[in-house]
Design a protein around this ligand. Sequence first.
Ligand code: FAD
Length: 355
Amino acid sequence: MQADYLIVGQGIAGSVLAWTLHQRGHKVILLNNPARPSASRASAGIFNPLTGKKLVKTWKADELFPFAQKFYGDMQDALHGTFQHLTDIYRPYRSIEEQNSYLAQTADPSIGKYVTETPDHQKFAPFIENSFGGLQITQAGWINCEQMLQKIMSFFVEKNQYFENEFDYEKVEIQQDSVIYEDIEIKKILFCEGFEARENPFFGWLPFNPVKGQSLIVYIEGYSIDEIVNQGNFVLPIDKEGKCRIGATYSWHDINWEISEDGKNFLEGKVKTFFKAPYRILEQQAGIRPSSKDRRPFVGLHPVYKQLGIFNGLGTKGITLAPYFAQQFAQFLETGEEIDAEVNIERFFSLYFRS
Ligand SMILES: Cc1cc2nc3c(=O)[nH]c(=O)nc-3n(C[C@H](O)[C@H](O)[C@H](O)COP(=O)(O)OP(=O)(O)OC[C@H]3O[C@@H](n4cnc5c(N)ncnc54)[C@H](O)[C@@H]3O)c2cc1C
């Protein structure tokens, strides 16, 4: 079998890259081991241009956000899905000081353009502690990752270009201008294994700084809010029947894929500071975010084997980062046009040659 690219891993990274390359006319084969855990299956899928306690505009938001929204909108139309939810984010103020500080910040038009003038505070009041009011962030929303991944998988299955198996690194045979993997000859193998890339003998040297995350799927009777509510932690309505996601934890130690009692207790403790309605826990999920030491993605080709590439390091913001940088990577693969130096793995080549 022949193809242009073999993509290893079908999380957000592999799915978005596969779709991008396919849309640009390349033949892509996807290889994924569903028995392995995946951050994307635990992801809330939120895209939020203003984040953190200090209300900071996220990196490259003005470029990344419009790009990502169009990308997922087009993708869901083409795949007959309903996975993109454009929904505001309501941030109840913690105090009068926080109210003053956020309002002063939003006077800056580059921040103000992501904020709604007049939120309907009354609507939130039965469920949310918002006695100081709140800020409503626009151009935000969430992607139902489970549905998006399923749609992408079905699309490539139908074309006979999706296979479920563990990738065996020992079977990689590098040729002059191509690479052979089992019975497939391809131009390049592009690795998208998320945090599991630490086991990849070609790219394991990249400086990952994994962040474990957990969330709760809950049922809230009579919950009628469409917006995501966020005060450090979030309540995200998944459907109209009261199913919501409460998240998320961030942990830089005990890096494993297991849910924990500590994670649950932490989330419950945090959420009760702003969320008044009772809820019932249906499920708890955990994942490992493939973050990098400098908090920028890993995009590019191997320092020696140009037939091997990586698209990884999406960290805490896979949903917004993936479409924009998949496009840059595709452009680079086609024309050699430079990848943004902040994401190009060339910035870490000295680590490879030192190892
Ligand atoms: C609790 C939590 C909440 C989050 N919330 C958000 C959010 O709201 N918004 C946001 O943008 N991001 C969020 N993230 C981050 C986001 O989930 C990640 O950025 C993203 O999932 C990374 O995707 P990935 O494809 O790189 O990795 P993964 O999703 O881990 O995918 C890797 C894939 O590779 C496969 N694989 C690995 N090794 C092999 C192998 N050897 N052979 C075959 N297949 C292999 C795995 O099976 C898996 O399918 C969250 C993460 C967590 C954990």
